[in-house]
Design a protein around this ligand. Structure first.
Ligand code: BJW
Ligand code: ZN
Length: 248
């Protein structure tokens, strides 16, 4: 039985490899699961951040308006944790994949910056970046890598309160970034979805958008997700083990 399962897994990986490496346009969508093997906690599941912290008290604009100090403490804790994390073999496999296919777009929901740290080039960070701040008054936006600071920090230009430049629940994604992501999904031959629970919109619908426009959709996840049944191929395994075998 175990032998059969590992054969099936190997067959699926070989099929994914063959399809992906012969494609013109590959799009990849990643979620927190790809960074799990780097030591970055995921959001949901038994070890997820939202097990110990209430998302609505920390990841909404209302939470920030009510208690910016608390929300900043949460993000500084995340910064300290992620500062010591490095990309894992899954991140590096995607760097290699970008070099192997003619057209490549990496859409990530992650704010940890690990795809850039690994060396990926064409990356769309649809939920923003933990290492960027944005002024709530003048909109000035800049990189800031501090892990200790007086909170909430203030804008050098106008004195307004700075916030993490991430997308919270109830906020819209950047229209430019979102339309670039959707354009890539419409052109994709393959969409590879890695390490996302597929419950947060709009990213949760990206697989369907790509399928409707003719892409072959492959999911790599530790477990089945609510969306698995809609995809062409689902590979159950750790991203850090499966992706290097797919890319070779
Ligand atoms: C591994 C692994 C390993 C582990 N290898 N795999 C339509 C219907 C219903 C609701 C809505 C809707 N449209 C919009 C909404 C509201 C809301 C939403 O989707 N709510 C649902 C939860 C119900 N969406 C929004 O508000 C979005 N805005 C928007 O759509 O604006 C327009 C609009 C607003 C309101 C109404 C209608 C329209 C914005 C969403 C912003 C999400 N922000 C966060 C926080 C970012 C900042 C921060 O980091 O603090 O983004 S929430 C959090 O979830 C974070 C993530 O990017 C996101 C997705 O999580 P992800 O990546 O999937 O992680 P997990 O933990 O859930 O899953 C990990 C997976 O990895 C698991 O499956 C594991 O099995 C797997 N795994 N180890 C492979 N080694
Ligand atoms: Zn300002």
């Amino acid at each position: 039985m175990a032998l059969n399962n590992s054969r099936t897994l190997r067959d699926k990986i070989l099929k994914a490899r063959e399809l992906i490496l012969s494609s013109e346009y590959v799009v990849v969508l990643t979620g927190a699961g790809i960074s799990a093997e780097s030591g970055v906690p995921t959001f949901r599941g038994s070890d997820g951040i939202w097990r110990n912290y209430n998302a609505m008290e920390l990841a909404t604009p209302e939470a920030f308006n009510t208690n910016p100090k608390l929300v900043w403490e949460f993000y500084l804790w995340r910064r300290r944790l992620i500062a010591s994390c490095n990309p894992n073999p899954a991140h590096y496999a995607l760097v290699k994949l970008e070099q192997k296919v003619p057209f490549f777009t990496l859409i990530t929901q992650n704010v940890d910056g690990l795809h850039h740290k690994a060396g990926s080039k064409n990356v769309l960070e649809i939920h923003g970046n933990l290492w960027r701040v944005r002024c709530t008054r003048c909109g000035r936006n800049e990189y800031d890598t501090k892990t200790e600071m007086d909170v909430p920090p203030r804008c050098d230009s106008c004195g307004g309160i700075l916030r993490p430049d991430v997308v919270w629940f109830g906020e819209t994604l950047s229209t430019d970034v979102l339309s670039e992501a959707i354009n890539s999904l419409k052109k994709a031959d393959i969409l590879l979805i890695v390490g996302t629970s597929g419950v947060v919109e709009p990213a949760a619908s990206f697989g369907m958008i790509a399928r409707q426009d003719g892409a072959f959709v492959i999911e790599v996840n530790l477990e089945k997700t609510p969306r698995s049944g809609f995809y062409n191929l689902t590979i159950t395994g750790k991203a850090g083990e499966v992706l290097p075998q797919i890319v070779g």
